[in-house]
Design a binder for this molecule. Structure first.
Ligand code: PEP
Length: 264
């Protein structure tokens, strides 16, 4: 069991997850409306997968309050500091997230890698800090378009996994969720084909098998992210190695997010 208190997660088992990455969107009122709508809806309609919302930092406390009253909703941060605490102006620590009862945190989203130059080394440190406080990392990996076009996508993803996660021991690794997000599919409306997604997810699982063995590989949750929407979610999630989705744009509208969740 990863977490204590009101947490609803047990990350040792592989599970289907749909997580909504809101990025830097919504004012407070809109954010609360969305969380309230989802909470209310799922009290009546039990989902067949785990549901996570990933609001901006300022809304985490509000979302966590709703989650503590909900049997369905879990909350994730979008980022965390690579440091414990101290003179790091503007940063938020893993301990602070834990203090708000936050269950998950996205690490290494391509926008953080691209716009904030986050390095594999920093990402590995962020993962360590989260695990210190039993917050489960949702670790994002994925290739750029030119990397896929030059047929380097498998080796890029392998490098990201090795550099960001493979320093962990088996127990630590069991508390990590992976999100495969081809960068060319994020926010572009160009979604990976079900075959492309399955092929890469199987590759990721194979790399985990080589490093940690069959059991841990089979127990690892690997979500797909990149222009997933109510129309394409079902066919993506039907693949045997695709354990749900990390959803950006389509998670901002309750109706669309619910439809994606109900693709399971
Ligand atoms: C994301 O930001 O993680 C993402 C998958 O975005 P979108 O669904 O908008 O492509």
């Amino acid at each position: 069991m990863l977490a204590s208190g009101t947490h609803k997660i047990d990350l040792v088992m592989r599970k289907n997850i749909v997580a909504g990455n809101w990025k830097m969107n919504k004012n407070f009122e809109q954010a609360e409306d969305l969380v309230a709508d989802l909470t209310e809806y799922f009290e009546e309609n039990k989902p067949k997968c785990e549901v996570i919302v990933c609001p901006p930092f300022l809304y985490l406390e509000m979302a966590s309050d709703y989650a503590s009253e909900s049997s369905v909703l879990n909350v994730s941060a979008q980022n965390v500091s690579a440091y414990d605490n101290g003179a790091y102006t503007g940063e938020i620590s893993a301990e602070m997230l834990k203090g708000l009862d936050i269950s998950y945190c996205i690490v290494g989203h391509s926008e953080r890698r691209q716009y904030y130059n986050e390095t594999d080394n920093q990402l590995a440190q962020k993962v360590d800090k989260l695990l210190d406080f039993s917050v489960a990392p949702i670790f994002c990996i994925g290739e750029l378009l030119e990397e896929r076009e030059s047929n380097n996508h498998f080796s890029i993803v392998k490098e990201q996994l090795e550099n960001g996660l493979f320093h962990l021991n088996a127990d630590e690794f069991s508390n990590v969720v992976i999100a495969y997000e081809p960068v060319w599919a994020i926010g572009t409306g160009v979604v990976a084909t079900p075959e492309q997604a399955q092929e890469m997810h199987a590759h990721i699982r194979e790399l985990i098998t080589e490093k940690y063995g069959d059991k841990i590989a089979n127990d690892t949750t690997i979500m797909y992210g990149g222009s997933c929407n109510p129309k394409n979610a079902k066919i993506l999630f039907a693949n045997k190695d695709v354990d749900g989705g990390l959803i950006g744009g389509a998670s901002l509208i309750a109706e669309d997010f619910v439809k994606i969740i109900e693709s399971f």
